[in-house]
Ligand binder design. Sequence first.
Ligand code: NOJ
Length: 763
Amino acid sequence: MSTKFIQAFSNLKLNLEYSFSMSNSPAFNLYSADISKKAKQLLSKMTLDEKLGQLSQVCSPGAHIPDYLAESIRQGRISSVINEVDLNVNNALQRIAVEETRLGIPLLIGRDVIHGFKTIFPIPLGQAATWSPEIVEKGARIAAEESSKAGVNWTFAPMIDIARDPRWGRIAESLGEDPHLCSILGAAMVKGFQTDDLSSIGSIAACAKHFAGYGASESGRDYNTANIPENELRNVYLPPFHQAAKVGAASFMASFSDLNGVPATGNRWLLKQVLREEWNYQGVLVSDWESIKELQVHGLSANEKDSAYLAAKAGVDMEMASTCYIDNMAALIAEHQIDEAEVDQMVLNILQMKFALGLFENPFTDPQTLPELVNPSNRNAAKDAAQKSCVLLHNRSRFEQRPVLPIDRESTKRIAVIGPLANDGYEQLGTWIFDGEEKHSVTCLAGLEALANDSTGIVFEPVFANSRDRDTQHFDKALDLVNSADVAIVYLGEESILSGEAHSRANIDLPGAQPELIDYLSQSNTPIVLVVLAGRPLILESLLDKVDSILYAWHPGTMGGLAIAELLFGEASPSGKLPVSFPRVLGQIPIYYAQKNSGRPASEDKYVYIDDVPERAPQTSLGMAATHLDTHFSPLYPFGFGLSYARFEYHEVCISHSEIKLGSAFEVSLIVENKSDVDADEIVQLYIRDLVGSVTRPVKELKGFKRVTVKANSSVPVTFKMHTDDLAFYDICNQLNAESGDFLLGVGADSSLELNIPFKLVK
Ligand code: NOJ
């Protein structure tokens, strides 16, 4: 082995291999024979009323247990309680369930623990920007331990809806636009919540949501209709769910949304045929909040009884929040519309999950058995996640050759800190922080103060009361501070409430008068570093020539301020990469890298800008390609993009075989060289294109990625172990197959790379 290789191997931080399988094989048995046996035995003792009670999840009314709730539990009418995080209440609820009911069946205690319980990690979209299954798994592990200390045993995450529309508020909660990335990270999150043993202390049941197609809500408006052709559904939207089923996610949640005319919660094709029959999924299928009742609002059913009928026939086991099942199921059975055997199957699914969680043996939580909340190790993990989630989008000084970032601590005597998000420990936490608390946050300002040299003066002006503020009265003061400083760091973006559920935006610029503030400050000769805290990609193009650097920090969570400061001062190099494309203008949406070629693909030479169109040009003279006249066809920043303080080069990319027999394995190997003086992580990405298919294939598809640490001025070898099954897709008959024929492959730093390695799949 050459010295170069030995050195490279020693520098490589080995990553746990997270593999992805698109194979047709059914999910493994979710539960052991013992668990199934115990569940069946218990079921055989249950009355119909007790069975129906197991289908029902109710919301906790709050700090004390009202008589009606205690009585309902005693009567066996409640299977699960959602949104209770007081440990004493949860233990008391469990006590009623196990000690004061005929059969002693414990409760599922559900809570949305989406990106942390008390120690808040970056929003899931930010976690996806780490491209690190290990970090995502760790975040979920900590969330599971912290929430189980409060008696929670079931979370409603991961959200693995493919999200290609940044107007949609829930893009914040997603893992981005790509099925492969989302599948790997979603599976890692499941593992983090559940571990390999769901019954172990500190493990909670995961829930893959929202099954399916919710991310394609028309115009990015939440809860809106989704129309997704079956082939696209299978190739783009379903793979992360199939992967979650394969890795043993204990539950799935049916989406609120209308999928091709049949709301998912009542969609028998989706829930019965695909999930239960094709994938052999044996876990619990829960509705979304009142989504059974809402079947009537959609216009799929005439009343709640019909809604209960449709959801039960589709295979939804548990009803969240509404009461269509408990109110109507007995009548539906009596009228022979629903067979009691169908209800038995629903109950069995739920009982198996309760057995698998070990709740029959250990229904109560002893907080002493779990680590302290927000302990130093959890905070450190949250900081690491936040630091690796930040994406450096732009780093070109308007004044000098040398980029502004990283900021040199020695020579920087004065820093102007500007913006409403600079010192706001709440807004940095992001959406879904039911249990997160501002008091634990390290703000951006505090992070800078902690890491700057003692002699550096830091002056601060928030300018606005919040991110939507239009009041310009503090602009002059801010400009004075910027003028007086060596560098200005401007923290802008969105408050948490501007993304997340039911918080979609039709315009995704910086809200309020923030763009005007950047305009105003750009008069100064002081370099400006823009740090964006936001729940979605924002439109940034018009800001590029007014600032010197842009660091995209998402909503980075509890430790965000320190993580960002470390990057600004160069204690670590930015290493996040975009999990979603950033549009130049709103009208490009939906824009994603894995687009189809079309019959008239856009390219540089076919692009004519609106101002250059000659008057009365003949209709066909402009190139007739899939372009807009008023913006470029590429995104502002492509999927996978992110700058570093290091400079990486890719060498010797090669594939083990140029002709690969279908059904066999192959390897892609390369060397990544760090040609700089700083140690840094790089996220190496492998893309392919299947040139001819029985259905058209995307121009690029991510098929592998690795986060590797490369020391300054050294190299690491990277190998992707692949199989032709990784190239399978749902074909013209909606069957999963890899098709023989010509392919192209490329490995590089983002999705704009050129695919220049040809290979063939042969029979
Ligand atoms: C509605 C949301 O769509 C879902 O994601 C969440 O888990 C439930 N509410 C429970 O809060």
